[in-house]
Design a binder for this molecule. Sequence first.
Ligand code: ZN
Length: 317
Amino acid sequence: MAARDWFGCERIEAPAAARELIEAVHTVPHVAALEAICARGGARIDADTIAFAGTWEAALRAAGGAAALADALLGDGARAGVSALRPPGHHAERERAMGFCFFDNVAVAARRARDAHGAERVLILDWDVHHGNGTNEIFHADPGVLFLSIHESPLYPGTGPAHDAGSGAGEGYTVNLPVPGGSGDAAYRSLVEHVACALIAVWEPQLVLVSAGFDAHRDDPLATCRVTEAGYAGMTASLRRACDAVGAPLGVVLEGGYDLGALSRSMAALMPVLLADAAPAPEELDRHPLAEQALGRLERWWPALSPRRSASGRSGG
Ligand SMILES: [Zn+2]
C-alpha cells in the first residue's frame, strides 16, 4: 500500500475505540478480561489466539479504525474506504476471543453506523475463507444488519451451515454461503454478483461493509480455495456497481490472509476498483450452481430473489 502511495487515499491514523463502542457488541466481562490479561503481560487464550501486552492497544485501534471508517463513510461523505488493520475481528464472539480475533471490528463499525449515524440497514459481506462466526452470532437476531458469509466448508471454525439463516426477528438476515475446498473465482464472483449484490439491490442498505480476508487466495497456506487477485478485483467491481446503484458507501475491513504476497497483490488489485470515480462497466457472469442453490434457499425470505424470476429477468433483458 505504501509503495503505491496508498492509492491516493487520505490516510487517517486509527484512534483507539472508546470503551462504549466495543461494549456495544461485546460483553463488559469480555472487554475487562482482555484488558487484565494484557496488563499482566499477556496469555494464551486458545490454541491460536495469544494476547501480548501490546494486544490491548492494537485491538482497540483495530476496532477504532473500523468505527472511524463508518464515520468517514456516513458522516463525512466518503464513498469508499479501507480499514487496513490487524488483529482481525470476525471470529470474536460477544463473549469470547478466538481465531486470532479479540474484538469484532466489522461489527463495531456496523454498530457505530446504526447508533451514531442512524443507519437502519447495514449489509456485511464476509469473504474471508473462514466463517465469520463472531459477526454471525452478534447480529443473529438483528434485522438491521444483513450478514453474508462465503466460506470454505469444512474448515475452521466449523460454523456457518447454509441452513443457519438467523433467528427471531433476524431470520432471513443471516446468509451463510459455504463453498467446497478448491472453489475459485467463478464460485466466489457469482455468489457476490448474484446473491450479495442482488440483496443490496432489493434491501437497499445505507452502508455496505466487507469483512475482507484474503485467505481464499490460491497461494494462502491456511485453506484450499483458489481465488486470484483478479477475482478480488472482480468481486469489488460487482459491489461498487451495486452500491452505486443504491447510493450506499462501501467500506473494506481487513480480516485474514496469511500469504503476504497474495495479500498485498490482492489489495493492490482491489484498491483502484474500490476508489475509481465511476463503477466499472457491468460484465456478463455465469450463474454458478452454488449461487443458484443459495437463491433457492433465500426465496422464502426474499421472494424477489427467486432464481426463476431473476433467470427470466435476465433472458428478457
Ligand atoms: Zn480467515
